[in-house]
Design a protein around this ligand. Structure first.
Ligand code: GTP
Ligand code: SPV
Ligand code: MN
Length: 584
């Protein structure tokens, strides 16, 4: 449609008039274009070549030391009506926000190249996919978007046919934290991001589009845009169940998505398929089940802790053609981070490594890699229809109280479990680390509208004829008195997933408790694991007094979204609280 092309061209011209670049480059998404950008960034120091013998096609980017994570206090969702943003978001009136941002963008690309990146979130041919265009002055952003999305010609064609795209304008600016904002205009399907080159702030297809704007699109159109991994678990008979799991940033999504089955499971023929590690878009199919796609085409994963013992699939994926951001390097110029063997000689800021300066790699250092390089990448990830979801899992870093696993009794209870989620904060966002905060559905930083309305949207999927997934809550991070994790985690998490699948298939009965159904004795397969009885008992304990305090806190938290908290959710919280009072 000519009019669409006009709309895109008109917008590009408008942006060019404001930012005044020396040159405009329309990205075609080709390999040649990527290589040209890499050469240019190597020449100007944006990228540093790593050891090409051990890591062909791998490069290091060192960001500005003040620009290493998402900045939630500078991230705003500018609905026309302040109430629609909810207490879960920062807000500014759209007109004021535009004025503020346009002043920053005024002339900011002078003497530089402006890149126009048409991209598609999801397989190009999928009805569940949505497109966007990011305009940026950062070649690093272009290279990352090439890996993370379906970017270039095919996306532009879809945009021209469809007539709809999310507009994202980005400039690295001066990297001055005083001149840094990430603004969203949900009604206009528009994003403006200035002053940061870091992943979630600058790769606008990811959190800005695929979660903050898309959560608004999803609400209007009857689907869900979630901060979830998608993993396929194939049993020895060759049947695969797909599981979607929401954990907050740096709480284990990439690791669970690429899990390697424990020895005994591998022998028996269990296989794990990676569909997505961060974002999941789900929609009810004609059969009433929820079908999910991963809108991304790559992984922007946490480097520290990634090792041959924790995540060999990730380590294999990033052995070539990978961009590393803020990792350390070894004497022979290999990328390095805490958790890997070997020794760093240069830290993430390019200084000689000195333990007095803290970790060698930044705790939020990342790798950007094409999903196709993952040994367990699922062929179904390219499926236009998406994969049917058998179970939804919520979880976070909870040092106490929350058991290893529990199952919601129905959808409403599941939504309560998701809404009540809490987790200790991590290095993925600037601010204090290790502070417990509520993070409903792992979407606190990403839900682009009022949490009360969002909970109501979740509840609305419970329709006659719907065949909704079972909902679970897990906690890999419960600690014993010695301060150590009680559960081994990583590959052994498959033991918990197997129990969930057995519940989905009706093969085990579980043990009902007021807070949910837990594994009955003997139902969790623990052979080959050295886990003592006391640790297991603690992992599956329901501490009545502790839970009563928790339920009261959940009640208060839900009330903070009043008057938009759905009555059904308040009712559910009261039901569980009452059940806890009458426990024997
Ligand atoms: P984002 O990309 O920020 O959304 O994070 P993510 O949820 O994908 O987190 P990731 O899988 O990269 O995990 C981050 C940290 O959690 C790493 O330090 C891991 O070592 C640790 N981790 C992951 N899974 C487990 C687990 O099962 N047990 C324990 N104890 N730690 C885990
Ligand atoms: C997260 O912080 O949840 C991430 C990394 O996945 S970022 O893309 O920066 O949001
Ligand atoms: Mn994430």
């Amino acid at each position: 449609m000519a009019s669409t092309l006009d709309a895109l061209e008109r917008w590009v011209n408008e942006v060019a008039a404001l930012t005044r670049p020396a040159k405009i480059h329309w990205c075609d998404g080709s390999e040649a274009e990527y290589q040209t950008l890499v050469r240019q960034m190597l020449a100007d120091g944006t990228l540093i070549e790593l050891n090409q013998q051990t890591h062909p096609g791998c490069y290091l980017h060192r960001s500005h030391p003040s620009d290493v994570a998402r900045v939630e206090h500078l991230t705003l969702v500018c609905h026309q009506n302040e109430q629609d943003a909810g207490p879960n978001n920062h807000w500014l009136a759209p007109a004021e926000a535009h004025a503020k941002m346009d002043a920053l963008f005024d002339g900011c690309m002078e003497g530089r190249t402006m890149y126009v990146i048409p991209y598609c979130m999801g397989p190009i041919g999928s009805p569940l996919s949505r497109c966007g265009v990011e305009i940026t002055d950062s070649p690093y952003v272009v290279a990352n978007m090439k890996i993370m999305t379906r970017m270039g010609k095919a996306a532009q064609e879809r945009i021209e046919n469809e007539g709809i795209f999310v507009k994202g304008l980005h400039s690295t600016g001066e990297l001055d934290p005083e001149r840094r904002f990430i603004m969203h205009f949900p009604e206009e399907r528009t994003i403006k991001s200035y002053g940061s080159g870091y992943g979630g702030n600058a790769l606008l297809g990811k959190k800005c589009h695929a979660l903050r704007i898309a959560s608004n699109q999803a609400r209007d159109e009857g689907w869900l845009a979630e901060h979830m991994l998608i993993v396929g678990i194939e049993n020895p008979s060759g049947e695969t169940h797909y599981i979607a799991a929401a954990f907050p940033s740096a709480c284990g999504k990439t690791n669970l998505a690429m899990l390697i089955p424990p020895e005994g499971y591998r022998r028996d023929g269990w296989k794990v398929w990676t569909v997505g590690d961060d974002i999941c878009w789900m929609r009810p199919g004609t059969d009433g089940r929820l079908y999910a796609i991963n809108p991304e085409a790559g992984f922007f994963g946490v480097a520290p802790g990634t090792s041959d013992s924790s995540n060999p699939n990730a380590l294999k994926s990033i052995s070539h053609d990978t961009i590393f951001t803020n990792v350390a390097v070894t004497a022979d110029n290999q990328p390095w981070w805490e958790g890997l063997p070997g020794t760093p000689v240069t830290d993430w800021q390019g200084r000689p490594y000195d333990p007095a300066n803290g970790p060698a790699a930044h705790p939020n250092s990342r790798f950007t890699v094409s999903a196709r390089q993952c040994p367990t990448w699922s062929p179904k990830a390219e499926d236009a229809q998406g994969v049917p979801i058998s179970a939804i899992v919520f979880g976070g870093r909870r040092p106490s109280l929350l058991p290893l696993v529990m199952e919601a009794r129905d959808w409403t209870h599941g939504v309560l479990m998701g809404a009540a989620m809490g987790s200790e904060t991590t290095a993925a966002a600037t601010g204090a680390v290790g502070v417990l905060r509520r993070d409903s559905m792992a979407m606190k930083p990403f839900c682009g509208y009022h949490y009360g309305d969002y909970f109501a949207h979740w509840l609305s999927f419970d329709q006659p004829g719907a065949k909704l997934p079972k909902v679970f809550h897990v906690n890999w991070f419960r600690k014993g008195k010695d301060g150590k994790f009680l559960w081994p985690g990583f590959g052994d998490n498959l033991r918990v997933l197997e129990w969930m699948i057995a519940r989905v298939e009706g093969k085990v009965r579980g043990k009902e408790t007021p807070v949910g159904t837990l594994p009955a004795p003997g139902e969790l397969k623990l052979d080959g694991l050295s886990l003592d009885k006391a640790a297991l008992a603690e992992l599956l304990d329901v501490d009545q007094a502790g839970w009563q305090v928790e339920l009261a806190a959940i009640g208060e938290y839900l009330a903070s979204f009043s008057p938009r908290t759905p009555a059904a959710l308040r009712g559910e919280q009261q039901r569980v609280a009452l059940a806890l009072e009458t426990i024997e």
